[in-house]
Ligand binder design. Structure first.
Ligand SMILES: *Cc1c(COP(=O)(O)O)cnc(C)c1O
Length: 418
């Protein structure tokens, strides 16, 4: 095993969102295809499009940066499109799912069940039964789940594979979403874990290890590194109470992507070096354990775009509005209504602006009859008109399936992987 970050340089694949999607002959391209032609191929707008070569590049880059002895898992909830999840099955070492529906998508791929783990609060008896029968690992989030799993194991004559999800006694500072620390519905409080670990030994479950997830969407390497250090320290402390060796330690992820003006891409090289420094101690303390980093948006977010068409161009009291055929109903996050405190614009572009088009300040709004349906407020774009395509970048994660598609009854968007 080699626990140092490899020398050499692979260019960071995406300093700016637009860089991933070149403009050739006046038209933005994805997967080598002009967007105007892709829209005809899809047969409708709006649609999401994901570029598999960007997924491949991103995983390659990250593997180059992270120590060799770190396993990389994909968090399916970021984008559960079946074709994309199969593509990821060929690239990463495991999947993390968070519902029976995601479990089904994951099991339909070539990923082996032992490399799939199922986390999330409130897993039902039906979901837990499916998971045990499938042979996937269940991240237990409560005593009730443990007891239910024991019953399922007896009924099926199988030892459920169990990972204990720990609600840590710290949180990842400056993360966009705090998912650990304090009172949380996720995981079992760190201070209750020793007692549970002792109990697990006598329950006939197949103890795999622990998952400690402290936050999400951080662009601050120092905060991520500090959380990783505290995660290792907590894991070493808790492992002493386990009646079987820890075979898997999932240290979470939290790697963010730049969405807004002024956001800098995360410097993952620093994080890779920091992990490399930790690995000898980790192997000494947990010699039987693989170490897992689980990531969603960092792997897929920058590989996807949301494509809409301008239906109307209006001027209201001096302000230009481009009304496009989809908005928060398909892309809640870009509208600013998925966890943003102060609304900011995702990067947007006109797909086929003529190079000599005048630029103007416009607001791009969706077709829903609510003032919340904004894709870009007061942003400068090349002049666009009815029929033109408007693209929202950074849309590969938490897009379609994180949006209220039934709201106002418009048709669902298309979705393609190129
Ligand atoms: C949502 C979630 C992730 C993925 O978060 P990203 O910000 O997309 O990387 C990872 N692990 C757990 C436990 C999650 O709930």
């Amino acid at each position: 095993m080699n626990s140092t970050t490899k020398p050499g340089h692979v260019g960071h694949p995406s300093h700016a969102a637009q860089q991933n999607f070149p403009t050739l002959n006046g038209c933005l391209h994805i997967g080598g295809i002009p967007l105007t032609r892709l829209a005809q191929r899809v047969g409708k707008t709006p649609f999401y499009a994901y570029d598999r070569s960007l997924l491949i590049d991103r995983v390659k880059y990250l593997r180059h940066i992270l120590p060799d002895d770190i396993s990389l898992h994909y968090s399916v909830k970021a984008n559960p499109m079946p074709a994309l999840v199969q593509c990821m099955a060929n690239l990463v070492d495991g999947f993390d799912v968070a519902s029976g529906g995601e479990l089904k998508v994951a099991l339909d791929t070539t990923m082996k069940p032992v490399d799939i783990s199922f986390a999330g609060p409130g897993k039902t008896l039906a979901e837990l039964t499916q998971a045990v029968a499938a042979g996937v690992i269940v991240s237990v989030e409560s005593e009730r789940e443990v007891n239910t799993l024991v019953g399922i194991g007896d009924a099926l004559g199988m030892a459920p594979r169990v990972l204990v999800r720990v609600n840590p006694d710290f949180e990842m500072k400056t993360s966009g979403m705090k998912m650990g620390g304090g009172a949380k519905p996720f995981g079992i409080d760190a201070e209750s874990v020793p007692q549970l670990l002792r109990r697990l030994g006598g329950l006939g479950v197949d103890f795999q290890g622990m998952q400690i997830f402290s936050g999400s969407q951080s662009l601050n390497p120092a905060a991520i590194m500090e959380a990783q250090s505290r995660t290792f320290e907590l894991a070493f402390r808790l492992a002493q109470y386990a009646s079987a060796p820890v075979r898997s330690l999932n240290i979470g992820g939290g790697f963010g992507i730049p969405y807004f003006p002024g956001d800098q891409p995360l410097d993952v090289a620093q994080i890779g070096n920091h992990l490399a420094q930790w690995m000898p101690r980790v192997h000494a303390a947990l010699p039987a354990s693989e170490i897992v980093v689980e990531l969603g948006r960092y792997l897929v977010g920058e590989a996807g775009i949301y494509v809409t068409r301008v239906i109307d161009r209006k001027v209201s009291r001096g302000q230009v509005f481009l009304v496009v055929d989809g908005g928060l109903n398909h892309h809640l996050a870009a509208s600013g209504n998925f966890g943003q405190v102060i609304r900011k614009n995702y990067p947007v572009a006109v797909a086929s602006a003529s190079s000599n088009a005048a630029r103007e300040v416009v607001s791009v709004v969706g077709p829903l009859c609510t003032p919340l349906d904004i894709l870009a407020a007061q942003t400068e774009l090349p002049a666009a008109d009815v029929g033109d395509l408007i693209v929202v970048f950074q849309s590969g994660a938490y897009g379609l399936t994180a949006s209220p598609t039934a709201f106002l009854g418009h048709p669902a968007p298309g979705e393609v992987l190129l």
